[in-house]
Design a protein around this ligand. Structure first.
Ligand code: UDP
Length: 444
């Protein structure tokens, strides 16, 4: 293990948001930011998670830490380290909190002991930096073992869980039995949706808050891009450059719960014949880039095998794209370009925390075809896309794509509404205001 690592994030001045969110929202944000800076004076706000890139949490932290610094708050971001068995345990927790078995491993005493030992190894250097009165925001199951040591050092600890199942089952219960003792001492708990708050947290006396994630309309992932820049990325990824060629895009980590393989099979069986000009791009990170995700390589391998077994005509129309992860901004710009090139954004997840890729795709004016799971349901409201009740029905998924692809006017109208909805509900200022309110409560 190499120890804790700090992630440098460029500070983002609030005023660049003004033109996007309008004067009213901007003024409210500035006022809240001033209040936050005064109340947090003399303290540091620490964020701790398990990866600097790849996935929704890293994406969001870049934005929140950047704007927090822009407000004048001393806000920092640290990434914990772990060994392979630790990340196997935390991936198991991730899958089970989503209601799915993942692997066949246990979450018993041996796993708890190893999990705790890795947390203790991270706690030592962390406690050399965190002072009494500081606020520490711990993200996801990988960091829950740090709650107790930080609370003992008189920090104000908030544990934020970005994942969850819409309905509890025996897997979710097993995962929460494992995590609850670690999480319990936290001053506050945050979930992305009300339905993801587990029973034990509802019953507990501690503060439980729901804060949906957000996108930054001006980050490299979402800022406007000119046509040439888009074309260059599209060409680099060997995708059809001509805008007249419909392109369905799903961007995801290589995680079974994102069901990239299912997207491919649904597209191949329904769309290839019915819309002979349409292509599909399944876009994810180069697999050695996301260290806290041990299943990535395996899932990409399964997708490649599934692609190889497609009929030749389908193989020409389905593209597996892996994006370099060594330069975070370059990676973000590539995702941005592909989402802008998309005709439809798909997110056929089997389970989902929030699903930032949906908001990102909607912001770029795309209609969405997605599963009605997790935070996707909060995003794809009426008239912005198609929600599928049964994510495992690949034919229905493919048919929904066909129907939309045959209706360019309908797609354009959905895309316009999608962008408006994201601006109204999921732009970064909404998120900062909610965080500000919670930090005020916790720190006072
Ligand atoms: N992402 C990326 N490069 C990739 C694949 C994904 O930057 O190759 C980003 C994606 O744009 C989004 C985040 O990772 O910002 C995924 O967040 P989401 O909430 O959709 O899912 P999670 O990965 O957190 O389960």
């Amino acid at each position: 293990m190499g120890g804790l690592r700090e992630v440098d994030v460029p500070r983002l001045p609030l005023d660049r948001l003004r033109d996007v969110i309008g004067d009213g929202r901007y003024d409210a944000l500035v006022a809240a930011g001033d209040g936050m800076r005064d109340r947090l004076a003399g303290r540091t706000v620490w964020n701790v998670n398990s990866t600097a890139s790849g996935g929704g949490v890293a994406e969001m932290l870049r934005v929140l830490v950047g704007y927090g610094a822009g407000i004048g708050i001393d806000v920092r971001w640290l990434v914990i380290d772990g060994d392979a068995p630790f990340f196997e345990i935390t991936k198991r927790l991730h899958n089970r909190i989503h209601g799915s078995a993942g692997d066949d491993g246990a979450l018993g005493e041996a796993e708890a002991a190893h999990y705790d030992a890795v947390a203790a190894r991270n706690a030592t250097p962390l406690l050399e930096q965190v002072r009494a009165g500081d606020v520490v925001l711990l993200h996801d199951p990988q960091t829950a073992g740090l709650v107790a040591p930080l609370e003992a050092a008189d920090a104000h600890v908030v544990w934020r869980c970005h994942i969850g199942a819409d309905a509890p089952n025996s897997w979710t219960q097993e995962a929460w039995r494992f995590l609850e003792p670690f999480v319990s001492p936290a001053a506050a708990l945050v979930f992305s949706r009300r339905a993801h708050v587990p029973d034990w947290a509802q019953r507990s006396a501690r503060r439980v808050t729901v804060i949906p994630p957000s996108i930054d309309p001006l980050s490299p992932k979402n800022a406007p891009l000119d046509d040439d820049a888009i074309r260059r990325v599209v060409a680099r990824c060997d995708l059809p450059e001509d805008d007249g060629v419909p392109l369905v895009v799903q961007v995801s980590r290589w995680d079974r719960l994102k069901d990239m393989r299912g997207v491919m099979v649904g597209f191949a069986s329904q769309v290839v014949d019915a819309v002979p000009e349409a292509h599909l791009a399944l876009v994810g990170p180069a697999v050695d880039g996301v260290g806290d995700d041990p299943e990535g390589a395996e899932v990409l391998h399964e997708c490649t095998a599934a692609w190889e077994s497609l009929p030749p005509d389908a193989r020409q129309r389905v593209h597996l794209v892996t994006l370099p992860m060594d330069d975070v901004e370059e990676n973000a710009r590539m995702v941005n370009a592909l989402q802008r090139r998309a005709t439809i954004v798909a997110q056929k997840s089997l389970a989902e925390g929030f699903g930032l890729t949906v908001a990102e795709g909607m912001w770029k004016g795309n209609p969405v075809v997605a599963s009605a799971v997790g935070g996707i349901v909060d995003q794809v409201v009426d008239g912005t896309g198609v929600l599928l009740d049964d994510p495992s029905d690949l034919d229905v998924f493919g048919e929904a794509l066909v129907k939309l692809l045959h209706d360019p006017d309908g797609m354009a109208a959905m895309g316009r509404r999608a962008r408006e909805h994201v601006l109204a509900e999921f732009a970064g200022d909404r998120h900062l205001l909610r965080w500000g309110a919670l930090l005020d409560e916790v720190a006072s």
